[in-house]
Design a protein around this ligand. Sequence first.
Ligand SMILES: Cc1ncc(COP(=O)(O)O)c(C=O)c1O
Length: 369
Amino acid sequence: MIPVCEPTLKGNELKYVTECIKTNWISSHGKFIKEFEEVFAAYCGVKYGIACSNGTTALHLALVSAGIKEGAEVIVPDFTMIACANAVIYSNAKPVFVDADPEIWCINPDLIEEKITEKTGAIMPVHIYGHPCDMDSINKIAKQYSLIVLEDAAEAHGAEYKGKKAGSLGDAAAFSFYANKIITTGEGGMVVTDDKKIAERARLLRNHAFTPERFVHEEIGFNYRLTNLQAAIGVAQMEKVEKLIEARRRNAKLYNEFFEKADWIITPSEKPWAKNVYWMYGIVLEKKSGLNARTARAKLLKKGIETRAFFYPMHLQPAFRKRRGIAGIEGDFPVSTMLSEQGFYLPSSSHLTEDQIEKVAKAVLSLKK
Ligand SMILES: Cc1ncc(COP(=O)(O)O)c(C=O)c1O
């Protein structure tokens, strides 16, 4: 079986984790936390990094630290992972969904303005599968309506928009370090920002909002801390981040070459202004092929190839449809719906071999024989 994604852990991960155990620094204090925060924030090109327990808590922390208040609306892509919308709901705000761009699969900026109301407080662009969003268009709208921009860069470590790294393209950004991410800490996340106020608030809220008078709390915080053990893995992963990204890009190049002549397969795009890090190599089967993602994936599985479905659109989520008003599901979302029916992603680990990529690509091509 070729798994859809595995972490690449053959560096200093074991050495640094062992150091934590030998020195007893296994909880959320210790040198690796600080080092990971500093190295990762610098990598993104911003001043502050606040490590936390996962990408979802990073999103929640970013939202509340940036001042999203109860009753606010937040513009979120319809084609994304549910954590984006849930983090808004945890902040007592309402996610309002916008359809995807048919080429890059990220939020379509042309459809944002019609969803803005007097309650809108923020836009959450999500860099889907490693391709950055069209940030100039999004930031222009945000400026015009005085909205905060919180990037969800969970899938886009090292991706670039006009030469600037994901994580530095809005007011703050959230990353995930789940095991399938380009760099991982097992579970983990980080808020990154250039804004001192957001950073200080995120640091405070991450740790129960402890004040100098230790057990007196002015507000309700969370335990969203990352452990030193996890940060130790993160520091080791950052030592090879460029190699991991290059491997992802090489995977995409090889897959693209195999699929070049197959006019029924839409491959991931890379806009001239973008560096796509191809976190996951997704393909979309043209409807004219007579195939859909579900049947194609079942056939590939029989050949020992694990794949993953594309996201299920937010406006169709039973969790939101059952609770009318909790999320802005109104409207048409043809692109997001089509992507979820026709799209899926192929094995994408950084350490895939060329032989494995060839095996996968040939199996995909044989779907239409
Ligand atoms: C776009 C996006 N946002 C947020 C998350 C949530 O991250 P985590 O699983 O670390 O909570 C994910 C996870 O895959 C994601 O893909």
